[in-house]
Unconditional design. Structure first.
Length: 529
């Protein structure tokens, strides 16, 4: 299959597309989460600073130290331990005048605080804000320190320097980047597995190849002379070819592409349940009999659906008719070849022993005998197909060593133009074959079949009788059923069913009686119009 060159195969395209989506999503998510972490870190550290400030403001040791002669000596060690435990950048305790009692850098102790404490002292509130002090920009929290009487005696100020905050955020960002890269690698790897899995599901085909194969299969399906219908396990019609639509038009109700015919649904369900196909199943749809084959469609060891191959019963009969004719011609040629070889061997023998007169007599007798038969048939029967059929059966009878006689009083003028001669030949050929087999089965020597016919009156009448075993009365109504046979072997029990169907098409009848020869007599009555 030669297809146009492509720059990228489906597998590569899928990997690239999925990777781009994953990469874009990961980058956007990383940026988004980084911003969220920045905001959350600021809010969290503000709350953390306030918690530490209140913790220091409520420490009894610090409150008592305000009454001592040297408050900073007692407060500084306490706040430093607290600072190290909480991770704060600084904890500063100051009095109402703003003089520091503690600071991470001892040189600032005893000096005025760099930022205003007015909101704390005047409004008696705790505040969190971003500001810049002597240590640099920081997230700060301030809260008043109250004595045992509830009076403000000082302020607790806690801060997280932005330098430290940025270090924390940078650590978080690095973790996010590592996680994003890990997700990206996993996503790209997953894209390989996903793309490969999809390609496996698509039998390794590219989209262009799938399109080509689909169109190719569709063309093949439409060109099949049999009707094809594919259904799933829920009776939904998946595909119908042109021939199926032609055959089933008006006979096959399809509503919303679901099979509605109950008998057909039962047959499909049986095939699905037994996981076994069916062949040559007859079903009446509308006013026509169809022959259907059921083939299962498997997927992952499960029955995914059923394919129906549909033909009309008439088509099957016509096909069998054609095969029967070919077989008949072959047998006739073989019979003639066998007969002529025997005669030639006899003539050769007579010539070898110089019995020339006897050889001449044998040749003359054979030519005269055969010529008489041909002349009689050509005179009595005007239809060449019937003449050929009867000559063929005569040749066949000689091979079987059956005496096939055609009544010399028989006469059949030209058949009506509306009559299908092929059906008549099929009927007559099958009954004569059955008669010869029945006679031969009973008589190894002396098997006899007599054929007579006339077209006097409004009907064509054929009588075929033999000296076989005959047909019991109780079986005369069943011998025309397809599959019925008294013989062993395959492909039996079909000929007489074809006779019945062909007679019905010609509006004819068949009567079975006892023959004067001792066997059966088949009388065919076919109206001329």
């Amino acid at each position: 299959m030669k297809l146009p060159n492509r720059k990228l195969k489906l597998f590569t395209q899928m990997v690239l597309h999925i990777s781009i989506v994953i990469c874009t999503t990961t980058v956007v998510a990383a940026i988004f989460f980084t911003k969220i972490i920045n905001d959350l870190s600021t809010q969290y550290l503000g709350h953390e600073a306030m918690s530490v400030a209140k913790l220091a403001a409520q420490d009894d040791r610090i409150i008592r130290a305000f009454k001592s002669e040297n408050p900073s000596k007692e407060i500084q060690p306490i706040t430093e331990r607290m600072r190290k435990q909480t991770g704060a950048s600084y904890i500063v305790i100051g009095n109402k005048q703003g003089i520091r009692y503690s600071h991470p850098n001892p040189k600032y102790i005893g000096k005025s605080m760099a930022t205003s404490n007015q909101p704390v002292f005047k409004q008696h509130i705790s505040i969190v804000y971003f500001g810049e002090g002597i240590s640099g920009p920081a997230i700060k929290a301030k809260t008043p320190i109250l004595d045992e009487k509830g009076k403000i005696i000082g302020v607790s100020s806690v801060g997280f320097l932005m330098v430290d905050v940025k270090k924390r955020i940078l650590t978080y960002r690095e973790e996010i980047i590592v996680l994003a890269l890990l997700l990206l690698v996993m996503g790209v790897a997953a894209s390989f597995f996903i793309a490969r899995r999809i390609k496996q599901k698509m039998f390794g085909l590219e989209p262009e190849e799938i399109s080509y194969v689909f169109k190719e299969k569709e063309a093949i399906l439409e060109s099949i002379r049999d009707g094809i219908i594919a259904v799933d396990s829920d009776f939904h019609v998946l595909s119908v070819n042109k021939r199926a639509r032609e055959l089933l038009s008006g006979n096959f109700p399809l509503h919303d592409s679901i099979i509605q015919t109950s008998r057909l649904r039962e047959m499909i369900q049986e095939v699905i349940e037994t996981k076994t196909g069916r062949s040559n199943q007859k079903i009446l749809l509308g006013d026509q009999v169809f022959v259907i084959d059921f083939s299962i469609v498997s997927q992952m060891s499960e029955i995914a659906g059923v394919v129906l191959t549909i033909r009309t019963e008439i088509e099957i009969e016509q096909l069998f008719d054609e095969v029967s004719k070919i077989k008949s011609y072959s047998e006739n040629i073989r019979a003639l070849n066998h007969e002529f070889l025997n005669k030639l061997n006899t003539i050769y023998g007579l010539l070898s022993i110089e019995e020339y007169d006897k050889a001449r007599d044998l040749i003359s007798s054979e030519v005269e005998d055969r010529q008489d038969t041909i002349v009689f048939l050509m005179t009595a029967v005007k239809d060449p197909f019937l003449v050929a059929c009867l000559l063929g059966k005569i040749n066949r009878s000689k091979e079987l060593k059956v005496d096939l006689n055609i009544d010399q009083e028989s006469l059949l003028s030209e058949l009506p133009e509306s009559m299908d001669t092929k059906l008549l030949v099929s009927i007559l050929g099958n009954i004569i074959d059955n008669a010869m087999e029945a006679a031969k089965e009973k008589h190894e020597v002396g098997a006899t079949v007599i054929v007579s016919f006339t077209d006097i009156g409004r009907d064509l009448v054929f009588d075929i009788q033999d000296n076989g075993s005959g047909i019991p009365n109780e079986k005369q109504n069943t011998i025309f059923t397809e599959g019925y046979t008294s013989k062993e072997g395959k492909n039996r029990g079909i000929g007489l069913s074809i006779v019945k169907n062909s007679l019905e098409q010609l509006n004819g009848q068949v009567f079975i009686t006892n023959s004067l020869l001792g066997g059966s007599k088949f009388t065919l009555v076919i109206p001329k119009r």
